[in-house]
Design a protein around this ligand. Structure first.
Ligand SMILES: Nc1ncnc2c1ncn2[C@@H]1O[C@H](COP(=O)(O)OP(=O)(O)O)[C@@H](O)[C@H]1O
Ligand SMILES: [Mg+2]
Length: 308
């Protein structure tokens, strides 16, 4: 075991940046999920406490985690743009990096008075705790002493867990459904990034609106399962359409399977349609780049006309 003291390093843009607030506590929490995405995690578990329970809110990812050096250099440097230092894409999964302002880490403190970060990488666990109180006591954030606890851990363990405690009670209290709606917009279409909020994985049925499931045997595609929701939101969805999945993996971008070509289907409704169709039987008809199914007129016809 080992204790040291660390300091934040601040960029001069900080004052401007911190003044931009989040519109809701769910938006603030999304920053922490974005950080898991940027850390090339494949799974994030979000556990929201029941209101007034006094329990903590936990966000746990299985991403790269941080070594002590990375914690100092990356986490504790505020308001520096990681993309200018480390590029626009993540190292392992080549994802487009979400973080840019270097302040996302503080978003948790919008919902809670204390935040503990525990991160595991290369056989070492590091833990620091930030308290809103301490932050407001120092005149300059760089003067803040942050106690670092570090100890050995299994070399096969990596990832980061953020625990938010002493949650502010009341209006800003994070709500699981609202959080799911927000996360769905960005991450609902990702195969290699599953988000589990309170034990339930984010899925099509989280779209607020009407939800339906249809299962059918199609002559050329075998058993096909369609799940879709029609959003009850006023405006259209950010990524409407139906994703074709074969063996659980998305093929190309979401599309409308010809519904968008029909003059009897209202375009407004298209923008509220969100779904997935599992068609493992099409395995042999997928292009090498996994970006399209080689469509036959017959598949299109039998596919959709039976559903709509
Ligand atoms: N969950 C995490 N796993 C690994 N590294 C993280 C995690 N959260 C934050 N970091 C590191 O801390 C840095 C600062 O995070 P943040 O304040 O959200 O700013 P930004 O994402 O804009 O860089 C990130 O760039 C990343 O290097
Ligand atoms: Mg971030």
């Amino acid at each position: 075991m080992n204790r040291t003291h660390l300091r934040f390093q601040v960029d001069s843009r900080l004052a401007t940046l911190l003044s931009q607030e989040y519109s809701s506590s769910e938006r603030a929490l999304k920053e922490l999920v974005d950080n898991a995405w940027d850390a090339d995690a494949e799974r994030v578990l979000v556990t929201l406490p029941k209101p007034m329970s006094g329990e903590s809110l936990v966000i746990q990812d299985d991403g790269t985690g941080m070594t002590e050096e990375e914690l100092r250099r990356h986490y504790l440097s505020i308001a520096t743009d990681r993309r200018s230092r480390r590029g626009e894409r993540t190292a392992w999964k080549n994802r487009v990096v979400k973080g840019k302002k270097g302040i996302g880490k503080f978003s948790g403190l919008m919902a809670a008075a204390a935040m503990t970060l525990e991160t595991r990488a290369r056989g070492r666990l590091c833990r620091i705790t930030l308290r809103l109180d301490d932050l407001s006591k120092v005149e300059d954030i760089e003067q803040l002493n942050i106690g670092l606890h570090s100890e050995p851990c299994g070399t096969d363990l990596n990832g980061t867990t953020i625990t938010l405690s002493d949650l502010h009670q009341g209006l800003a209290y994070p709500d699981a459904n609202r959080l799911r709606q927000i996360l769905l917009q960005d991450y609902g279409r990702q195969d290699d990034f599953s988000i589990i909020v309170d034990g339930k994985q984010l899925a099509v049925d989280d779209v607020s609106g009407s939800y339906s499931e249809v299962e059918q045997d199609l002559p050329n595609a075998g058993k096909v399962k369609l799940r879709f929701a029609i959003s009850d939101g006023k405006s259209g969805l950010r990524q409407p359409g139906i994703t074709l999945r074969v063996d659980g993996k998305a093929v190309g971008r979401p599309g409308f399977f010809g519904l968008d070509q029909r003059d009897d289907f209202p375009p407004k409704l298209l923008r509220k349609l969100y779904g997935e169709v599992d068609a493992d039987g099409l395995r042999d008809h997928i292009t090498a780049g996994w970006d399209a199914a080689v469509e036959t007129a017959e598949y299109n016809r039998t596919g959709w006309d039976t559903y709509v």
